[in-house]
Design a binder for this molecule. Structure first.
Ligand code: SF4
Length: 73
């Protein structure tokens, strides 16, 4: 398994916290002064073992806000 990064489009994120439920190792959801809480990625370079959890978060995010960037090394 290779390296990857996670990107969250905060313009799409509405704080549903599905990502947090799927992968608490990778996301937190914080209150903001906007209408919604927003997700933050808490690991810049996640261990490859967490890829399936990251993919689950991307798949189940109701707003399609999460992108997995696969990196060759
Ligand atoms: S599941 Fe999607 S919309 Fe919800 S907090 Fe996570 S990134 Fe944002």
């Amino acid at each position: 398994m290779g390296k990857f990064r996670i990107k969250v489009d905060l313009g799409l994120c509405q704080g549903h916290s599905v990502c947090l439920a799927e992968a608490p190792e990778l996301f937190r959801v914080v209150d903001t002064d906007m209408a919604y809480p927003q997700a933050q990625v808490i690991q810049e370079n996640p261990a490859p073992e967490l890829l399936s959890k990251a993919e689950g978060a991307a798949e189940y995010c109701p707003n399609g806000a999460i992108t997995i960037v696969y990196e060759d090394d």
